[in-house]
Design a protein around this ligand. Structure first.
Ligand code: PMP
Length: 465
């Protein structure tokens, strides 16, 4: 694929940019010392699934740049909508003022979201959407005379963002452990993660069984619990672990039975990733709070939204002197450019058979990695819609994992870069979550490179000490 001729002077330009970057930038989720040996890649443009560096080398973005991009880089329709909006209104304070883009987006989201989710509170990133849901749930109970409800229930292996509240309701030790002294305590129920099912059990049976401990926990603590928070169907940052929709249906019933809210964090899985527009649809349920971000703007701009019900909204609606209002704010709440990007993204869902097309692409992804089904170091290939994950293990039968210190995923990452595919494994899990404009040929390439990378990573001794 790398057909673009090298940019004249590209190497020098690229090296210079890297030097300047490393002099001042501190990159997210990175041990910066790694860049003593790991190349940092300056990207100068993108188109469709491709990113192009300053030397003209191209990388197929198999992970949608941290799961945000839906319709390709520089998607003309979204780019055009942003440009048009920028000439009209870039940003306006959303307290006391409003604008058509935010109004239209809120109407459309209320219409598309499952069940009675009719109220939209905008913020500007996923973690903030989670913070809003947590605060609103707690505040709802306080406003309705239940101030003792101040605890949250999460699932093991869950991830909800990096700000302190969002981190507290997550459960990935790698991100959380260091900051534990700063975090509120939560009740953790075992994840319905189907990788952990007993041999012979099917997904549904396993996921349903995990409702047992959740029931026990709610039975004991419901009086002090505001809400249960989950990532519907796929625990993405928790190594793309997946579960059956039956769990969500059962969880909704448990939350109703015990009088606690259900917060669905669809920041990563929303907008078609799991095969339906929202993952909750597969369980036929509506949460009390739905958090969305990432794909909301097609991957162009930071924007997030927390949807909730009229019932929750009404618990805050009162005379000012009663001090029941939700006084949370972010400067860029409901940014006009972000809303224009989001409306353009929803236009594409309206005008094109996105979900139908994705079904074919998803099937193609699966068949493209079929050879891995009997790979000696692949314990599982799992898939939910447009998310496909490959779990590498030292022993496929016992599922003994590779020690994290060996950084097997990093070897796959390096191989991908050499071959022009951006894969960014999570621990021992290689996954695909590509933009929806990927072609069957590009899927074949992505899968081929991933399989070579897995062969390489699992046949060498590993990178660690
Ligand atoms: N929730 C989930 C499920 C996520 O995957 C993420 C981001 N990976 C977040 C919350 C946090 O979003 P952000 O990075 O925009 O703060």
């Amino acid at each position: 694929m790398n057909m673009i001729p090298p940019v004249p002077g590209g190497t020098q330009r690229q090296q210079e940019l890297v030097r300047r970057d490393l002099a001042h930038l501190w990159h997210p989720c990175t041990q910066m010392k790694d860049h003593e040996s790991l190349p940092l890649i300056p990207i100068r443009r993108g188109e469709g699934v491709w990113l192009e560096d300053c030397e003209g080398r191209r990388y197929l973005d198999a992970i949608s740049s941290w799961w945000v991009n839906l319709f390709g880089h520089t998607c003309p329709r979204i780019a055009g909508a942003i440009a048009e909006q920028a000439g009209e209104l870039e940003q306006v304070i959303l307290a006391g003022f409003t604008h058509e883009g935010a109004v239209r987006l809120a109407e459309r989201l209320a219409d598309l979201a499952p069940g009675p989710l009719s109220r939209c509170f905008f913020a500007d990133n996923g973690s903030s959407a989670v913070e809003v849901a947590l605060k609103m749930s707690f505040h709802y109970w306080r406003n309705t005379g239940r101030p003792e409800k101040r605890r949250f229930v999460n699932l093991s292996n869950s991830y909800h963002g990096e700000t302190l509240g969002a981190l507290a309701v997550g459960d990935v030790a790698l991100y959380k452990e260091t900051y534990a002294p700063l975090l509120m305590e939560v009740f953790t129920a075992p994840s319905p993660d189907c990788y952990l099912r007993e041999p012979g059990a099917d997904w549904e049976e396993h996921s349903r069984r995990m409702l047992g401990p959740m029931r026990g926990l709610l039975e004991r603590h419901h009086r002090e619990v505001c809400a249960v928070i989950v990532e519907p169907l796929v625990q993405c940052a928790g190594n793309m672990r997946m579960y059956h929709p039956a769990y969500l249906a059962g969880l909704r019933a448990l939350c109703d039975e015990y009088g606690v809210h259900l917060i669905a964090d669809e920041i990563a899985v929303g907008f078609g990733r799991t095969g339906t527009l929202f993952a909750c649809e597969q369980a036929g349920i509506a949460p009390d709070f739905l958090c969305l971000s990432k794909g909301l703007t097609g991957g162009f701009l930071p924007l997030s939204v927390t949807l909730t019900t009229e019932e929750v909204y009404q618990a805050f609606y009162d005379d000012y002197e009663n001090l029941t209002a939700f006084l949370h704010s972010h400067s860029y709440t409901g940014n006009a450019l972000g809303c224009a990007a989001a409306n353009a993204t929803l236009d594409i869902f309206d005008d094109e058979p996105v979900l139908e097309r994705n079904r074919e692409l998803a099937a193609r992804m699966r068949s493209a990695v079929a050879p891995l089904e009997d790979h000696p170091h692949v314990a599982e290939v799992r898939q939910t819609g447009m998310i496909l994950a490959i779990e590498m293990a030292r022993d496929r039968e016992t599922r003994e994992p590779y020690p994290w210190q060996e950084r097997r995923g990093l070897a796959v990452y390096r191989h991908g870069l050499e071959r022009g595919v951006l894969l960014r494994p999570l621990g021992n899990v290689v996954y695909f979550m590509p933009p929806y404009v990927i072609t069957p040929e590009e899927i074949e390439l992505m899968a081929q490179v991933a399989m070579e990378g897995i062969d390489r990573a699992t046949s060498a001794p590993g990178e660690g000490p």
